[in-house]
Structure formats: C-alpha cells, structure tokens
Unconditional design. Structure first.
Length: 88
C-alpha cells in the first residue's frame, strides 16, 4: 500500500507540474510550493486524508516545513522541495 502511494505520488507530482495551475501566481516561490500542495491534494482526493497526511509527513514533515518557512520563507521552502526532488 505504501509503495503504491509513493508511486502514485510520483505520478501526481509529474501531472501537477505539467498542469501548472499557478502560472498567474505573482510569486514564483509560492507557485512552486503550491504545486507540491496540489499534488498532496490530489492524493487526498483519491486515497483519503490519512494517506495524504502520511505521504506529506514522509516527504516534508510539518515541523520542518514550519521551520523552513519561518527562517527562509516560501523561497527557502521551494528550494528544499527542489533539492529533495519533491516536484515533478
């Protein structure tokens, strides 16, 4: 089940990048973070809240996310997402 979730998440991240629903976003860093959140939202819709939360906690724990946002803002969070290859 978890392996299927990870595989689905990879496919979802690719689709979210291709669909890029945030082209008109004024802040490119927020737009990049938004893509990640949209992918998690897709998992939530298709596999439920628990699966989405487990996936997000595995990829980007809430404590770490809050720490990065506080210290570096959305651009720091976007950089982390890129470095860990959590997009596309």
């Amino acid at each position: 089940m978890k392996q299927a979730s990870v595989i689905l998440a990879a496919a979802v991240l690719s689709q979210a990048a291709a669909a890029d629903l945030s082209l008109n976003a004024p802040d490119p860093c927020r737009a990049e973070v938004s893509k990640f959140e949209q992918a998690i939202g897709f998992v939530r819709q298709n596999q439920g809240s628990q699966a989405a939360q487990e996936l997000k906690d595995k990829l980007l724990p809430a404590k770490l996310e809050n720490e990065i946002l506080f210290k570096e803002g959305y651009c720091g969070l976007a950089r982390y997402i890129r470095e860990k290859k959590l997009h596309r």
